[in-house]
Design a protein around this ligand. Structure first.
Ligand code: ADP
Length: 195
């Protein structure tokens, strides 16, 4: 199985690139952000709690996102692999993902990290906010808070995957297509020389 973790701060382009990579490598795309927004749209009890936290730029509790991933993995096990977009976001989540994949006799193959400067992230997210309708993309204050949380809780995962030789940084500058090509090249190289 090929299991990719697509990593990077909010606005780095994970969602856009994940769609391309899922198609190219025939992977099931799992985005926790999308799954959470589906709960909001369905107006469930969980959806209402989710909306409050997401709009403030906070992370959802680990146990909730981990159960979502567990359910999703169970449903789509007959696949060539997964691309995880927006997950894991904490060290706890990374440990949980390892355990879940182990149950399916698999593991994370590689963590691809999109690197983008803070100023560029803020510009991109404010622009997205004009059309996406996402409250968390509308105010600079909320966006900065999300970036702070990324630096505090999510960025430590770089060490986690680097120590396992799975960390590959990709500069998120350039066109969407150029970045897709860089990501594809990296994945192909890793597949040719695994471990
Ligand atoms: P972005 O990468 O632009 O922040 P996402 O769609 O990945 O957008 O996530 C939107 C929001 O959903 C996050 O700010 C957070 O509140 C919540 N979220 C998504 N994934 C997770 C996760 N793995 N753990 C906790 N919260 C999450």
């Amino acid at each position: 199985m090929l299991n990719l973790v697509l990593f990077g701060p909010p606005g780095a382009g994970k969602g856009t690139q994940a769609i391309q990579l899922a198609q190219t490598f025939n992977l099931a795309h799992i985005s926790t952000g999308d799954l959470l927004r589906q709960e909001i749209a369905a107006d469930t009890e969980l959806g209402r709690i989710t909306a409050e936290l997401i709009d403030k730029g906070e992370l959802m509790p680990d146990d909730i996102v981990i159960s979502m991933i567990e359910a999703k993995l169970k449903k789509s096990i007959a696949t060539a692999g997964f691309i995880f977009d927006g997950f894991p976001r904490t060290v706890n989540q990374a440990h949980a993902l390892d355990k879940l994949l182990m149950k399916h006799h698999s593991k994370v193959s590689v963590m691809l990290c999109l690197v983008v400067e803070k100023e560029e992230l803020i510009n991109r997210l404010l622009k997205r906010g004009l059309t996406s309708g996402r409250c968390d993309d509308m105010e600079t204050k909320t966006i900065e808070h999300r970036i702070d949380i990324y630096n505090e809780k999510t960025a430590p995962l770089i060490n986690y995957y680097e120590s396992q030789g799975k960390y590959y940084p990709i500069h998120g500058r350039g066109t969407v297509e150029e970045i897709t090509e860089q990501l594809k090249d990296t994945i192909l190289k890793i597949r040719q020389h695994p471990g």
